[in-house]
Design a protein around this ligand. Structure first.
Ligand code: F6R
Length: 610
């Protein structure tokens, strides 16, 4: 949530800063701003709405050539409405200190009133504004800006990723991290900072991930890293694994469609090199065998789409590996007093690896002595690092706010984990091989589904005017129903509810009236007849069925107004294929309704506040 970009180097200009935050726009996009520092002067620009070139260049023209450092921010509002006044950077009374911030300062009210009593004048409703005023206050007593910066941070309670510039030292950017990600980019004659590596790759592939409790001073010709107490720390330079084309739209109208279309490759990448045919199992380098062997139960912690993947993971682990598994929302984990026994394995699932609630869950689990593993996409992300062990899903950068390819890759990895843990607990070689064979067929089967996208677009157009949808499914298709409904609601703003099919009779059936669209997920062989029963019950009440069924199931097709067939696979793997038409359906409905598919209202890609 909120994107931070900063640049120290002699060639800094507003275009570079705008380009940087545009690559972070998926983190928050209600307002934006930037600040360029030159000798004894800061030039500031703040705007509401999507990031544009607008008047930035003209406004900053006077700075060109002279500027030596700059910071820019794209905001997802927490404190205060999205207005120009609340956009970042926020400044002190003198207008010589500018700060951008991602996170929440929980004690801002107390700090603000103390500062006001000392004569500081506030001009925004943000929690962030206390930071430049605090630094201003300490600048009067501390020996230099860096000391004033660290002294101010000591008073903050909450979470932050911060970048600051000061007119008195215009060639530096000061940054710090506590709970919100900060990555440095080490380039030639420039040092950069961002809240994730995406905007850095245009300048350098050498990065340094700051840990919580660390700060840095960036100059054009280098950087210094230190703790928040001011002690020097040396950090490892790492290489970003992706390149510029990976984070561009590549001819697709939206990132979401690009990412849906990438699934044959991303599914493949999730199991590539991990299948051990001779033993009917998987090789998962990031987790040691002893850890998986000794686990008596698993506890999955995740949010949103990753939580839906976790629910499917629960069925997979219980079915294939016979390990009792519980799934908890990240935000509930800490407060629900989870029972963590010495042999409980806690698994965090997170595309971004930065979701604050999931991270808080993992920290709680570690506090209670649990072994933790992460299933993450973003390499080097906080959850991946804090778990210590884990399995990367290798889906490549996911930029559309609605998660698509990360979901299917999470499911592939969870399937591999279940086969692997299953083989340690009595799953036969033959059964292991059956799953591995079925996994290997998925990329081609996903391709077949993508070939149907025009047909799915035609169905979506017929339903784009409806305002309520039900998605129903059982067993593996119940979390798939939740995920299908989530995709539709988040990008098209249509009310959609995922329901366990048998639960329809216990309440939701009251919602069925003639013409109500019901997406009926009926592609699992084992419970197909039960779903047929549901189809009859819905049809009897004139609900309008959009069925997703196994190829050749003409009986279900007869009861449905529309049907999408998916290729045959094993029941536990059905969601990996079935979700693809659901993603496409949501996408085309949203496009037909004129919604901003990649940046749905009120949402952000990386939810770094609790
Ligand atoms: C929905 C979506 C969100 C995320 C959730 C967790 O399409 O993207 O529900 O799944 O915010 O994010 P990660 O997986 O990054 O922890």
């Amino acid at each position: 949530m909120c994107g931070i970009f900063g640049y120290a180097g002699p060639d800094v200009n507003p275009e570079i800063l705008i380009e940087g935050i545009k690559r972070l726009e998926y983190r928050g996009y209600d307002s934006w701003g930037l600040c360029v520092a030159s000798k004894d002067r800061l030039s500031l620009l703040r705007r509401v709405g999507r990031i544009g070139g607008v008047d930035a260049t003209a406004l900053m023209l006077g700075q060109k050539g002279a500027a030596q450092a700059g910071i820019a921010h794209t905001r997802w509002a927490t404190h205060g409405a999205p207005t120009e006044g609340n956009a970042h950077p926020q400044v002190d009374c003198s207008g010589r200190i500018a700060v951008i911030h991602n996170g929440i300062i929980e004690n801002q009210a107390a700090l603000r009133s103390t500062l006001e009593s000392k004569g500081h004048r506030f001009s925004s409703e943000t929690d962030t504004e206390v930071i430049p005023h605090l630094i201003e206050e300490f600048l009067a007593t501390e020996p230099d800006f860096s000391a004033a910066f660290l002294a101010a941070l000591k008073l903050l309670v909450g979470a932050y990723g911060i970048a600051a510039v000061w007119a008195g030292e215009p060639d530096c950017v000061h940054v710090a991290r506590l709970g919100s990600p900060i990555v440095l980019g080490v380039g030639k004659n420039r040092t950069l900072v961002a809240s994730d590596p995406a905007p850095l790759v245009a300048h350098t592939r050498d990065v340094i991930y700051l840990d919580d409790g660390e700060a840095a001073i960036l100059h054009g010709d280098g950087f210094e890293t230190r703790t928040l107490e001011g002690a020097p720390v040396s950090k490892r330079v790492q290489q970003i694994a992706f390149s510029l084309p990976d984070i561009e739209r590549g001819g697709f109208p939206h990132f979401m469609l690009k990412e849906i279309s990438e699934q044959p490759e991303s599914i493949h990448n999730a199991f590539r090199g991990r299948i051990v045919r001779a033993e009917g199992t998987a090789k998962l380098g990031g987790v040691d065998l002893a850890l998986l062997r000794k686990a008596k139960r698993c506890h999955i912690v995740a949010c949103g789409t990753s939580w839906n993947a976790g629910m499917i993971g629960k069925y997979l682990l219980e079915n294939l590996a016979r390990i009792p598994t519980q799934v908890t929302f990240g935000a509930e984990f800490r407060y629900s007093h989870p029972v963590i026994e010495p042999d409980t394995l806690v698994i965090a699932i997170s595309q971004s690896g930065e979701t604050a609630d999931t991270l808080a869950g993992i920290r709680e689990a570690k506090l209670q002595g649990a072994e933790t593993i992460g299933i993450c996409n973003v390499v080097g992300s906080t959850i991946a690092r804090e778990c210590g062990k884990g399995i990367y899903i290798h889906a490549g950068p996911e930029i559309g706010v609605a998660s698509t390819k990360a979901f299917t890759s999470q499911l592939v990895v969870l399937s591999l984990l279940a086969v692997h843990m299953g083989r340690m607990r009595g799953l036969s070689l033959r059964a292991g091989l059956l799953y591995l064979d079925a996994l290997e067929k998925l990329p081609d089967q996903a391709r077949q589904l993508l070939d149907k996208k025009d047909g799915i677009a035609a169905i979506a157009h017929r339903y784009a005017g409806f305002n309520n949808f039900l998605y129903v499914g059982r067993l593996y298709e119940y979390p798939t129903a939740l995920e299908g409904a989530l995709k539709l609601k988040e990008i098209s703003y249509i009310h959609a509810e995922g329901v366990q099919a048998a639960e329809m009779k216990h309440g939701p059936f009251a919602l069925i009236e003639p013409g109500v669209p019901v997406v009926l997920l009926a592609a699992q062989a084992e419970i197909r007849d039960k779903m047929m029963g549901n189809a009859h019950e819905i049809a009897a009440r004139q609900g309008r069925i959009i069925a997703v069924a196994q190829e050749g199931d003409e009986e279900i097709a007869k009861l449905a107004a529309d049907v999408i067939f998916i290729p045959k696979t094993l029941d536990p793997l059905v969601p990996i294929l079935e979700v693809i038409p659901l993603q496409l359906f949501a996408y085309y409905v949203a496009v037909a309704r004129g919604c901003d598919v990649d940046k749905p209202r009120n949402l952000a890609k990386s939810v770094t506040v609790e």
